[in-house]
Structures are given as C-alpha cells and as structure tokens.
Design a binder for this molecule. Structure first.
Ligand SMILES: CC(C)(COP(=O)(O)OP(=O)(O)OC[C@H]1O[C@@H](n2cnc3c(N)ncnc32)[C@H](O)[C@@H]1OP(=O)(O)O)[C@@H](O)C(=O)NCCC(=O)NCCS
Length: 172
C-alpha cells in the first residue's frame, strides 16, 4: 500500500530500500545507528509496520516499527527520521499517519515509542500526533541509563491511544 500527499510519496519499504534507511539513520546523528544488515532485514520482514517517504524520487525519511507480540493492538515505533533539509515540512507526521491508517484495519489502536528526555523535536512530533488523532498521550519511565551497558541516555515510554480510525475523525 502507498500514499501520495502533495509531492511526498509514502510506501512500504522493500529490501532494496534498506541501505537508504541506514543512511538516513546515520545522517540523523541522533538515532542509535543499527547495522546496515538490521535495516535490510527489517525491510524484508517488518515492511508492513514500516514506511519510507520519497520526495522527487529521493528517499527523505522513514519509520520502522513492529506490532507488540503480546499486545496486537499496539504498534511500537522503533525509529523515525527525516533528512535534515526536509525537516519541519510535515514529513514525519505523514509517515506516522500513513502507518496508523495502514494498520487500523488490523485493529491497531495504540502507538508506543521511546524518546530520550532532551529530544524536543521527537516529543513535539508525538504530541502533535496525539492532538491530531484526539488521543491521550502518557509518558512513563522505561529504560534508565543504568539499564544500558554503554553510555546511553534514558528512554521514556510514550503511549498514545486509543486512536480513532480516519473515517471517524472530525476534521480540525
Ligand atoms: C523528529 C523528526 C523525525 C521530526 O521530523 P519532521 O518531519 O521535521 O517533523 P514534522 O515536520 O512532521 O513535525 C511534526 C510536529 O513536530 C513539531 N516539530 C518538529 N520539529 C520540531 C522541533 N525541532 N522543535 C519543536 N517542534 C518541532 C512540528 O512543529 C509539528 O508540530 P505541529 O503539527 O503542531 O506543527 C526529525 O526532527 C528527525 O529526524 N530527528 C532526528 C531523528 C530523531 O530524533 N528521531 C526520533 C527519535 S526515534
């Protein structure tokens, strides 16, 4: 499934997109950079819970996630990033909307993600999503620095929901 909004094209990624996901994650300088292999494998096996955004034929952003094995109504957004020169244009918001609309028929009604306390752009992104969808947003501690074997910031858990399917949403 794919979606077109203005000049942004959003679609499920394929294995051949894995290297671009890795590049965008690397260039973000904010995300934990996984191995290139991890992005290829994710595009192969978790494409249905992930999306890539293209502008003028160029990949400019992605979101990767999974449905919680123990909680099939919840999608966990693992990473989302947009190229630096494409930020502030609504690309990340559209990636999330695309993903949630695609997963709604499967009964996904909640979104979880983790964010480090200082990542204001990411916090604003998910706050805006909750507002747009008329959903509650709750924050709780999840991973403290002491949980990590390396020098890693805390990761707070953000849970958004219940999400209203697009056809029931009242325009803002
Ligand atoms: C977080 C990130 C994905 C946002 O991408 P984006 O395409 O610029 O976001 P959008 O343009 O869709 O903005 C979504 C909302 O967040 C707000 N926002 C975005 N960047 C912001 C910033 N730096 N400061 C404050 N608010 C910001 C926007 O105003 C918008 O809110 P609104 O709808 O109320 O106007 C991008 O900054 C990024 O790639 N950061 C590096 C990677 C990262 O930290 N990923 C998240 C952790 S997994």
């Amino acid at each position: 499934m794919s979606g077109e909004t203005h000049d942004i094209h959003i679609a499920e990624p394929s294995t051949s997109d894995g290297s671009e996901l890795w590049r965008i994650a690397r260039d973000s300088r904010t995300l934990d950079l996984n191995s290139s292999y991890a992005y290829l494998l994710w595009c192969r096996d978790f494409a249905d819970t992930s999306a890539i955004a293209w502008r003028a034929g160029r990949p400019v952003g992605f979101v990767i996630g999974f449905v919680r094995p123990t909680e099939p109504e919840t999608v966990v957004v693992w990473q989302i990033a947009v190229d630096g020169d494409q930020r502030g244009l609504g690309v990340a918001g559209r990636l999330l909307d695309h993903l949630l609309d695609r997963l709604a028929p499967r009964g996904v009604r909640h979104l979880e993600t983790t964010i480090s306390p200082g990542n204001d752009a990411s916090i604003a992104l998910f706050q805006a999503l909750a507002r747009r969808r008329g959903a509650d947003l709750r924050r709780a501690g999840l991973f403290a620095p002491a949980h990590f074997p390396d020098d890693h910031e805390a990761e707070d858990l953000y849970r958004i929901g219940p999400l209203v399917p697009a056809r029931e949403r009242v325009p803002a």
